[in-house]
Design a protein around this ligand. Structure first.
Ligand SMILES: *Cc1c(COP(=O)(O)O)cnc(C)c1O
Length: 345
């Protein structure tokens, strides 16, 4: 980012905003008789959660080797995407860049906020089109690496981040499955970078809706300023702490999933049925075949649900990697399909 400060990118109403002052933010000690927040004195879930999620952030800061003031926790990554757009983008005026095919929520959140969208499609190898991106004057560039639904990691990210004159929102939801490193270690080099991660994928915590953003304290402050005061429930905070205390288990499971991904990719290739099995750095595989829609339905009739992505990339299916026995079932059904097909013709 050249010649621009974060303050110049933030919407003026957000800069001027006087944030809501919650009772639990004003008084943070845990001892005392609490008669300040109109809570019910009875019951077990009667108290508002810590609005700053300090225990959870402390755990995350240690795990990710960063500081608490560089971390924001959202009610899923989806809340983080929405807040980022609301911090920087003036409705009907400012623009975001998305690079299709990619995760659908960037576009949806922009549309909800009535913010304009420029699509600069990924190039043939599903890589961002740097020249076009740099020169198009948008407030936020959304990039997803490894990308959903293509599965590949994006290259040349750092040169894009340093040359783009706006915020780069880098979605690393699948980074723990990837052979490429996270850019988190280099966060300090790029004042315009927001990195988004989640407990939903590698950490197996989709149910608790916990997304995490890492950025400069200056940008994190704006997230804190506009978030709903108690956006992460106490139950979520407790569950997230529990999940994050089992890093070994996470790594063990990720290894199983990555091994299974290689195995499935090979087995799918061996069937000769697919015109493409895209390389994946994530916990899913994107495959192409001429009968994608039909095959998708065939799987469904046989009790295996995969995702038809043909609306994004013609004739493609996205297959999440399951447990080994689930993947065996997938392969069994595929072989059944191929055999039936060859007997019909
Ligand atoms: C699954 C996914 C997420 C996770 O979203 P949560 O709201 O944290 O569950 C984020 N980004 C991408 C690209 C994803 O595929």
């Amino acid at each position: 980012m050249k010649a621009l400060t974060i303050d110049q990118l933030v919407r003026s109403n957000i800069k001027a905003l006087k944030p809501y002052q919650s009772a639990r933010k004003e008084y943070t000690a845990s001892n005392g008789i609490f008669l300040d927040a109109n809570e019910n004195p009875f019951g077990e879930l009667n108290r508002y959660p810590d609005p700053q999620q300090l225990m959870l952030k402390t755990k995350l800061a240690a795990l990710k080797e960063t500081s608490i003031d560089s971390i924001f926790i959202g009610n899923g990554s989806d809340e983080i995407i929405d807040l980022a757009i609301r911090i920087f983008c003036e409705p009907e005026k400012d623009k975001i860049i998305i690079c299709k095919p990619t995760y659908g929520m960037y576009e949806v959140c922009a549309n909800i906020n009535n913010v304009r969208i420029i699509n600069i499609p990924l190039k043939p190898e599903f890589q961002p089109d740097k020249e076009k991106i740099i020169n198009c004057g948008a407030k936020i560039l959304f990039l997803c690496s490894p990308n959903n639904p293509t599965g590949n990691s994006l290259i040349d990210l750092e040169s894009i981040i340093s040359e783009f004159n706006g915020i780069v929102f880098l979605d690393e939801a699948y980074i723990d499955f990837s052979s490429s490193p996270s850019l988190l270690k280099k966060l300090r080099l790029y004042p315009n970078l927001i990195i988004s991660q989640t407990l939903s994928k590698a950490w197996a915590g989709a149910a608790i809706r916990t997304g995490v953003a890492f950025s400069s304290p200056e940008i994190i402050n704006y997230f804190n300023k506009i978030k709903p005061p108690y956006n992460v429930s106490n139950l979520n905070q407790m569950a997230a702490l529990e999940i994050l205390s089992k890093k070994d288990e996470m790594e063990y499971r990720v290894k199983i999933i990555v091994d299974e991904r290689q195995r499935i990719a090979k087995e799918l290739a061996n069937t000769g049925h697919f015109s493409q099995i895209y390389d994946s750095d994530a916990n899913f595989l994107l495959v192409a075949c001429s009968d994608a829609e039909y095959l998708h339905n065939y799987f469904k009739e046989n009790g295996v649900i995969i995702r038809n992505r043909s609306s994004e990339i013609s004739n493609t299916l996205r297959i999440s990697i399951g447990k080994p026995e689930e993947n065996d079932k997938l392969l069994f059904i595929l072989n059944k399909y191929i055999n039936e097909k060859s007997t019909v013709y």
